[in-house]
Design a protein around this ligand. Structure first.
Ligand code: IPE
Ligand code: IPE
Ligand code: MG
Length: 230
């Protein structure tokens, strides 16, 4: 009988290495972000085609504000274009877009594009594309606890925290992929990744195409997930 491969329900991707990719080529970092933005759709589509239900992408962290304004503006500009350009495809494929993070400090036009895309896809029930934008996991957890307190809870249970996260209702992350050779989570969905398998590759994000995703999924299917058991 043919072996059935286990597929992660939820894949989280820390898209790292755009700056180094550009620097290696003597180009400005913003060029790396452009090239990085160009592979997002390919990789997300490959995830869904493989049966993944939720894809979470780390696009901008709460810590990234310390970067030069010019670079931040370039990243926001690219994200706006991407969301706008890919909205029709998301809708056609019935992918629900959610944004994890506080979008209130983002430029008005990007905020509008996010809200519009979220609204237009809010009724889809199957696949989810979750973009972590101005996202930090600790801030998210504190926010969830504060929400529970506001709702009158005096003793907080794990479920109360889960319910208050941006990912409320989604399965936990099964597989984290981080590119560019760094082996850290950088404040990415710490609660949701409690039992995630962690895949680190030296490939820089702009070079991470569908074939690299396949390798990560292949690696995942060989893992034995014990969840504390034997
Ligand atoms: C990831 O690439 C993109 C963002 C953090 C927005 P980097 O910009 O961090 O690239 P490196 O790590 O400097 O190479
Ligand atoms: C993590 O990458 C954030 C995103 C990919 C958006 P960073 O490049 O900001 O992470 P550190 O600073 O190397 O930990
Ligand atoms: Mg980086």
């Amino acid at each position: 009988m043919e072996e059935v491969k286990s597929v992660p329900r939820h894949v989280g991707i820390i898209m790292d290495g755009n700056g180094r990719w550009a620097t290696k080529r003597g180009k400005p970092r913003s060029y790396g972000h452009k090239k990085g933005a160009d592979v997002i759709d390919e990789v997300a589509t490959a995830c869904f085609n493989n049966g993944v239900e939720v894809v979470s992408l780390y696009a901008f962290s709460t810590e990234n504000w310390v970067r030069p304004k010019e670079e931040i503006d370039a990243i926001f500009g690219l994200l706006g274009v991407l969301i706008e350009k890919k909205l029709a495809k998301l809708i056609k494929r019935e992918v629900k877009l959610i944004i994890s993070g506080d979008i209130s400090p983002l430029p008005e036009n990007l905020r509008k594009k996010c809200l519009n895309a979220v609204k237009k896809s809010e009724n889809f029930k199957g696949r989810v594309l979750n973009v972590a934008l101005n996202y930090g996991s600790r801030a998210e957890i504190v926010r969830a606890v504060n929400k529970a307190i506001k709702n009158g809870k005096t003793e907080i249970k794990e479920q109360d925290v889960s319910d208050g996260l941006y990912t409320n209702g989604l399965p936990d992350v099964d597989l984290v992929i981080r590119t560019s050779g760094e082996s850290r989570l950088s404040n990415f969905f710490l609660w949701q990744c409690a039992y995630a398998e962690l895949y680190f590759t030296d490939v820089l994000w702009p070079d991470f195409h569908a074939d690299e995703l396949e390798k990560a999924l292949e690696w995942y299917s060989g893992r034995k997930r014990r969840f504390g058991g034997v």
